[in-house]
Ligand binder design. Structure first.
Ligand code: PLP
Ligand code: COI
Length: 368
């Protein structure tokens, strides 16, 4: 559903009642994840026949939602997750934002939603970051998390794609995703619940996938774990991904394995970047199925040395403990391993402008 859209002009309406600076700086002292929001939001609307229109950056405010709005009934909704960083030399940068714009449209196609021209996606994000530049926190581990999303907004109860949509970007200054900071995380293997089946929406970043993961994530919390890891829906055997992150395994011969993309897992931008960085270091990376049985056996034999989760929110987090209904095991003595640390440092070094951005992954927002 590619909409014919003339170039959009954003109406910029600065918030007349922004958060006082002292309150913002106080809030920056203790940043968690996703609870504090900036002063503005970017919005673009779509309607059938008209395409994308009414682009603006305006004061962050609730949307009035009619009870018949189709997103409330059939969950036609997609989103993205990306970050703006303040580099050590003071630049405001985004990391590979065109990848998010591209994935957003892949999600849109899967959910029968209109595609947003990539330049409009990028302009909305950039204009919001410009207006909310003071909301980019400085310092290690801190960033401005950006959440572009789109939802069906037609008031209609028949089951078919909506004829109206709202695209919006909000911004949230964040610290570490996990409460333990850089400490290795513990994960719960969901042997009962699955996240996505072949032919389903697993590769799309749609809210429904996360709704389906919540009961398994709640089980993980109840078992004292930080995250849930899902096995495949067909055989309940192959490791797929975590509730909100991709997963990697590091072996004693130095090689790395990560589950292949195949429609049931999210094609992570962090995953893709780490595969490139590892291969450039001469590391062999296999994108191949890896079973939970192999995982247990390889830990027991000492063949598996490290495992880690990765994603925009979580960055790179070592997996220290794995629990499952019949038992639990530790990886690398529950400590951060050297390969995980090296890859995280390489990625973060680029994102923070501390190392040479030889791939051109950083998108600098000039003048702020
Ligand atoms: N898998 C899931 C289910 C996610 O929610 C995320 C986070 O966005 C990822 C993987 C990692 O993707 P990315 O590295 O693009 O943030
Ligand atoms: C992200 O990393 O951007 C996500 O959307 C994952 C979620 C755990 C916040």
């Amino acid at each position: 559903m590619q909409a014919e859209t003339p170039r959009l002009t954003f109406d910029i309406k600065p918030n007349t009642n922004p958060m006082p600076e002292a309150d913002r700086l106080k809030a920056f002292e203790n940043l968690g994840f996703g609870t504090l929001f900036s002063d503005h939001m970017a919005v673009i609307r779509w309607s059938e026949g008209k395409g994308w229109h009414s682009a603006e950056v305006t004061a962050r405010a609730p949307f009035p939602i009619d009870p018949a709005s189709s997103v409330l009934h059939y969950a036609q909704e997609i989103f993205e997750g990306m970050k703006a960083y303040r580099t050590s030399d003071g630049r405001a940068v985004l990391f590979r934002p065109e990848q998010n714009a591209h994935r957003f449209n892949e999600s849109a196609r899967r959910m029968a939603m209109p595609e947003l021209p990539e330049e409009a996606f990028l302009e909305a994000v950039e204009k919001l970051v410009r207006l909310d530049a003071k909301w980019i926190p400085k310092g290690d581990g801190a960033s401005l998390y950006l959440r572009p999303f789109m939802f069906a907004s037609e008031n209609f109860l028949g089951v078919r794609p909506s004829k109206e949509y709202i695209f919006c970007v909000i911004a949230s200054p964040v610290g570490p995703y996990f409460k333990g900071g850089a400490k290795p995380v513990s994960i719960w293997v969901s042997e009962h619940y699955t996240r996505a089946a072949p032919g389903g929406t697993g590769a799309a970043k749609c809210g429904g996938n996360y709704a389906a993961s919540l009961v398994a994530q709640a089980e993980a919390y109840a078992k004292g774990c930080d995250q849930v890891v899902f096995l495949d829906a067909a055989e309940h055997k192959w490791v797929e991904e975590l509730g909100g992150m991709n997963v990697f395994f590091v072996f004693e011969d130095g090689s790395i394995v990560t589950p292949p993309l195949g429609g049931t897992i999210l094609p992570g931008i962090t995953r893709k970047s780490l595969i490139s960085l590892a291969r450039e270091e001469g590391v062999t990376v296999h994108e191949k199925p890896y079973s939970f049985e192999e995982w247990k056996a390889d830990v027991a034999s000492g063949k598996l040395k490290e495992a880690f989760a990765c994603g925009t929110a979580a960055v790179v987090a070592a997996i220290g403990t794995v629990k499952y209904p019949e038992g639990e095991f530790q990886i690398g003595g529950g400590q951060n391993g050297p390969v995980t640390t090296k890859l995280r440092d390489a990625l973060v070094g680029i994102q923070r402008g501390q190392s040479n951005d030889r791939h051109g992954w950083l998108h600098v927002i000039d003048g702020i």
